[in-house]
Design a protein around this ligand. Structure first.
Ligand code: CA
Ligand code: CA
Length: 297
């Protein structure tokens, strides 16, 4: 509860920060990227690690783009008839610090827009101590409350640094796993945004690398009836496929890109640690929406 109070107490001041950050983010130049989520071949165990070396090799994988700091991190996704699964594998994060976190944001009605709306959902795993992470929290589906611990309805989220089965690296590092019930998503296609943030020195990495305050810029998540192997074959045989933005699983050896000078200039704002900025981004979205609701706008 202390952590929850701390987050809530930060909302007002961080709203200002959020506005400042928003003003520094360049608009996305191209249309949102469509990303196909393959049907799973192997079940997921939400334990915050690669339960086996094959647990996530049937998932689509994408590097996160570092807007602040450098590193190597990926997110992977797949689905079955009931759930959407996300892995965030922060390969280079071998030193865990308080405040490190991973966030999955969904536009559940895919109505986009230039600002966050009631249906937009965020799930967070945050490290409360260097050794203990706390479960998922959510906001969205507006009933007036802010973050909650472990929302009901089948959500699951865990993190660990146990990497003995991780094909990227077996050196201990931060790994996050999420289960999100598909019933949460109200349309066949949903806006999607994934990110990590934290660290004393500061890091902030995203997919897609866009302004998160505007759902228009989020990726477009589509659940496919095909497995990853089938999707990859489709891409290979049809270069004009809409799946062309989905990298093949060879991305397992791909390194995350860095994106300094992309227009996202957190470092231009003095006096705020990036950890606070990351939480502030989310808190700012909450506060802005609450302010508008209270003022009737
Ligand atoms: Ca697992
Ligand atoms: Ca929405």
């Amino acid at each position: 509860m202390a952590e929850l109070r701390k987050t809530l107490a930060s909302i007002v001041s961080l709203t200002v920060l959020f506005i400042l950050i928003s003003s520094t983010v360049s608009p996305r130049a191209s249309a949102p990227q469509t990303v196909a989520c393959p049907k799973l071949e192997r079940d997921v165990t939400i334990d915050g690690k690669w339960t086996s070396a094959q647990e996530w090799t049937d998932a689509s994988e994408f590097p996160l783009t570092f807007m602040e700091g450098t590193g190597e991190a990926y997110f992977s996704m797949k689905h079955d008839s009931n759930d959407f699964y996300v892995l965030v594998d922060f390969v280079s994060r071998t030193k865990t610090e308080v405040g490190d976190d991973a966030l999955v944001v969904l536009d559940t009605q895919n109505d986009g827009g230039k600002e966050i709306k009631d249906d937009d959902l965020a799930l967070l795993i945050r490290w409360n101590t260097p050794a203990v992470s706390m479960g998922a929290m959510q906001w969205g589906g507006w009933t007036g409350q802010d973050w909650q611990l472990l929302p009901s309805g089948g959500f699951e989220a865990k993190s660990s640094i146990e990497a003995e089965n991780d094909p990227h690296s077996t050196a201990p590092h931060e790994i996050y796993e999420f289960r999100i019930p598909k019933a949460t998503l109200k349309t066949p296609t949903s806006g999607l945004w994934v990110g990590i943030g934290g660290g004393e020195a500061g890091y902030f990495a995203l997919y897609p690398p866009a302004d998160i305050s505007s759902p228009d810029n989020w990726g477009q998540l589509e659940f496919s009836g095909k497995t990853l192997a089938e999707l990859t074959a489709t891409v290979t045989s049809a270069s004009t496929s809409s799946l062309s933005s989905t990298p093949p699983q060879t991305s397992m050896t791909q390194t995350a890109t860095t994106s300094q000078g992309s227009g996202f200039s957190i470092s231009s704002i003095p006096g705020f640690p990036v950890e606070a900025i990351f939480i502030g981004l989310v808190s700012g979205l909450v506060a802005l929406t609450l302010t508008r609701r209270r003022s009737g706008r």
